[in-house]
Design a binder for this molecule. Structure first.
Ligand SMILES: C[S@@+](CC[C@H](N)C(=O)[O-])C[C@H]1O[C@@H](n2cnc3c(N)ncnc32)[C@H](O)[C@@H]1O
Length: 340
């Protein structure tokens, strides 16, 4: 699943899961409560674990439900099967709705600003058409929870591919880029029949931590000051299926109630402490980059209050987006805390 997402571990899963497998026997249970694209969740599931995935935001939960819980193509009885569901998403009746007005090149944002160029007019109306259709199917009660997630998962992936952005949704490009001029495409995805008994929930890790009864927890917190809720507001709106006030030039939905303490230098260390204090599992694995808000010494000092710490390191290409290009590689770190 190709997906530009800050901190996406797709290219690091072999290494991360390889280190976990050395410690945790297949058949064990593990939680991935900051799951993002669910790349690590599905890699853990492939390794034979039962995975509980979670995130503070809604669209990662949609991805995790699809990747972990849909072990085969859903029946989609109301649409005549999975292939027909894809056909339906490819050619809905276009609607000049919320996406068209707030995020389309020919729109009229409610706050009176000039059109926001996140999407071509055609793609924006297509997105609205699919959103409208999914909402009607859900209201008619003809979709299972997993089918509903699979449709939203497809819509998010397809929308992301044609978004006129430089990596995140903080702002849009000044003219429509080549990808933004492409038609929305809906390609079949692979459903994976993993053996584990998986679960997907939504919430803040500091609050969920005490509820995990798994053998291990894998934490992948944000390590820069960029807030996911603000930077991926368009995807959150697709997943929540709502029409929030689109504020300012960027059209951000209200997001501060989903702000993460891990993104602030002043609160990141405390967020680690709060989370670890509440976890009652034998093994905690933590991905954290050398570029993180919490310095290595400070993190080691926090973690060593909770168990025996082992550190694994791997060089990794830096995240690149047009508004923040840095060369070279960054050291990706995986901490293993074996609880006292
Ligand atoms: C580095 S990304 C995870 C990337 C993921 N492992 C992947 O491969 O796609 C961090 C994730 O943590 C989530 N997040 C941030 N603060 C959180 C919190 N306090 N509780 C739960 N999730 C949080 C973000 O929404 C984001 O999806």
């Amino acid at each position: 699943m190709s997906y530009r997402y800050l901190g996406n571990k797709t290219r690091l899963t072999d290494w991360i899961v390889g280190e976990i497998v050395r410690v945790l026997p297949a058949g064990s249970t593990i939680a991935d409560p900051m799951c993002g694209t669910a790349a690590v969740s599905i890699a853990l599931a492939r390794a034979g674990y039962s995975v509980t995935a979670a995130d503070e935001l809604t669209f990662p939960v949609v991805h995790a439900r699809t990747r972990l819980l849909a072990k085969q193509a859903p029946a989609f009885k109301a649409l005549g099967g999975y292939d027909k569901a894809l056909d339906w998403m490819r050619s809905p009746v276009p609607v000049e709705g919320y996406f068209f007005q707030e995020f389309g090149e020919a729109g009229k944002p409610a706050n009176g600003r000039a059109p926001r160029l996140y999407f071509s007019a055609k793609n924006a109306a297509h997105i609205d058409g699919v959103r409208d259709g999914i909402r009607k199917l859900a209201a008619a009660g003809v979709l299972t929870e997993v089918e509903h997630s699979v449709l939203l998962h497809h819509l998010i992936l397809s929308t992301n591919r044609v978004a006129n952005i430089s990596g995140t949704y903080g702002y849009f490009l000044r003219t429509l880029s080549r990808p933004a001029l492409q038609t929305l495409t809906f390609e079949p995805i692979e459903f994976e029949r993993t053996t584990g008994d998986h679960a997907v929930i939504q919430g803040r890790v500091e609050q969920l931590a005490s509820t995990f009864t798994t053998d291990a927890v894998y934490l992948d917190p944000p390590y820069t000051k960029r807030q996911y809720a603000g930077n991926y507001h368009v995807l959150e709106t697709l997943a929540r299926e709502d029409e929030p006030v689109a504020a300012g030039d960027g059209g951000l939905r209200p997001w501060t109630d989903q702000a993460s303490d891990f993104c602030y230098r002043r609160s990141a260390g405390q967020a680690f402490r709060e989370t670890l204090k509440r976890l009652e599992v034998p093994h905690v694995f933590i991905s954290y980059s050398e570029d993180g808000q919490v310095e290595e010494d400070e993190l080691l000092s926090i973690l060593s209050d909770f168990g025996k710490v082992t550190l694994h390191e791997q060089p990794h290409a830096r995240y690149r987006s047009n508004d923040r290009v840095k060369d070279g590689s960054v050291l990706e770190r995986l901490y293993h805390v074996e609880a006292f």
